[in-house]
Design a protein around this ligand. Structure first.
Ligand SMILES: Nc1ncnc2c1ncn2[C@@H]1O[C@H](COP(=O)(O)OP(=O)(O)O)[C@@H](O)[C@H]1O
Ligand SMILES: [Mg+2]
Length: 417
């Protein structure tokens, strides 16, 4: 009977009512600007101090600040949060109208597009007929003057602009305004760049001009990423969906102190993806295994790993196998060296192999670490006695387990022929 099958109507109903892990999934997407930024307090302070003249002596100078830092260090979001809140504060304190424009130079690759976007974001009315760059610029300045408005303009991905738009365009953006005799200075700039190298292509005066006020953002450490993830997870997920262990795991994978990229974008991406995976599997919580899958999806590491162990000696593979099996069985983020050795000995028995001595096993572990296949570190205070803690950050471990098993059996067959 057809009626036994769920109708489309029921399917829709079921899907809509399916429990979700996300309170606000959108808050983990790159477009979202969070309320606050853990570990960027100092940088925001520096921005405030650089633009304080807008409160104390508006119009006295035209400020330029350069923000530099690697991908995912929070350059864009720091500028945006400042640009959202600082004008509000100035308005409250002084009544002065400060407007913020955030222009992405990657999207607007020509001087013309950049200036047009600045005008649009500052609400400067422009005629629909095509204006030249100079005409638009004059229209912006005229508008600011007539309406007693001050502006902070951020040029994001400015290194990109510097490398493709040409030095005249850069000169126009960076220095024209200062060369003009405008009386009251209404236009202020924040430049954002990946590094200072690309800017050295500019002529030396323009370069030194840009470098005068520099705020450098460093890659995040694991502890910092943990705080950021904790905060962002609270916004995004319902209570009880993500354990600290999971956040710590992602933070340690990405932290610069653990040889990660220190990239908050990557860490948040992993968290979002792990949430999607957990949800699609119908799990009520995010487990380490969901994170491993997410990491694998966002990186090519497993392929690299497959290459690096191709020439590992048989017993190094057995040690790795022991690590994987233990991590799977315990569901913990890391396992202890002593437990790995016991597991290794059991596997040797299973394979009828003579186990290697402790020092040799330890060396295998260190080799695997050097090859980037595992993470290994000495336990800190808190654990009784010191031991080596071993972890694997990609996965999924079940696939990896199978892969290593096959490799070991193949290797043994060859060596016993
Ligand atoms: N300190 C922080 N607190 C909360 N979220 C952050 C922080 N730093 C970066 N993020 C988030 O990480 C992602 C990358 O930051 P972004 O500013 O785009 O980096 P960049 O511009 O340096 O490449 C964004 O989603 C941003 O909201
Ligand atoms: Mg950015």
């Amino acid at each position: 009977m057809y009626s036994e099958q769920p109708g489309v109507w029921d399917i829709i109903e079921e899907e809509i009512n399916k429990p979700t892990l996300f309170r606000n999934r959108e808050s983990l997407t790159p477009e979202h600007t969070p309320e606050t930024l853990p570990h960027r307090e100092n940088e925001i302070r520096q921005l405030v101090s650089a633009f304080k003249h807008l409160i104390t002596s508006p119009g006295s100078i035209s400020q330029r600040v350069l923000i530099v830092g690697g991908v995912g260090t929070g350059k864009t979001v720091t500028a945006r949060v400042f640009g959202r809140d600082f004008p509000r504060k100035v308005k409250m304190k002084t009544g002065i109208d400060v407007r913020y424009a955030h222009v992405n130079c990657h999207r607007n690759r020509t001087l013309h597009n950049v200036v047009a976007d600045i005008a649009k974001q500052l609400d400067v009315p422009l005629p629909t007929r095509g204006l030249s760059v100079k005409e638009m610029y004059d229209a912006i300045l005229g508008y600011l003057e007539d309406n007693d408005v001050y502006a902070i303009v951020t040029l994001d991905e400015f290194h990109y602009f510097a490398s493709i738009a040409g030095s005249d365009a850069v000169y126009f953006i960076v220095r024209t305004y200062d060369a003009m005799d405008t009386g009251i200075k209404r236009l202020n700039f924040i430049f954002i760049s990946l590094d200072t190298q690309k800017l050295s292509l500019l002529d030396p005066t323009t370069e030194s001009y840009l470098l005068r006020h520099m705020i450098k953002l460093n890659p995040y450490t694991s502890d910092q990423l943990y705080d950021i993830l904790k905060y962002r997870a609270q916004e995004a997920f319902y209570e009880g969906v993500v354990d600290d262990e999971v956040l710590r795991f992602i933070a340690e994978y990405e932290g610069v102190d653990r040889n990660g990229g220190g990239n908050a974008r990557h860490a948040i991406e992993i968290l979002l993806l792990a949430g999607d995976i957990a949800e699609s599997e119908g799990s009520g919580k995010i487990a380490l295994e969901h994170v491993r899958k997410a990491i694998m999806k966002t990186s090519r590491e497993i392929i690299t790993v497959a290459e690096s162990i191709l020439y590992s000696p048989l017993h190094e593979l057995i040690v790795l196998w022991a690590i994987i099996k233990l991590l799977r069985r315990t569901g913990k983020p890391f396992v202890k060296m002593g437990d790995v050795e016991r597991e290794y000995e059991m596997l040797c028995e299973l394979l009828s192999e003579q186990p290697r001595k402790h020092t040799q096993v330890y060396e295998y572990v260190m080799n695997l670490k050097k090859a980037g296949i595992i993470d290994a570190r000495t336990s800190g205070k808190g654990t009784r006695g010191r031991t080596t803690l071993i972890s694997i950050h990609y996965g999924p471990l079940d696939l990896f387990d199978k892969y290593i098993e096959d490799l070991i059996y193949k290797r043994m067959k060859v060596s016993r022929k």
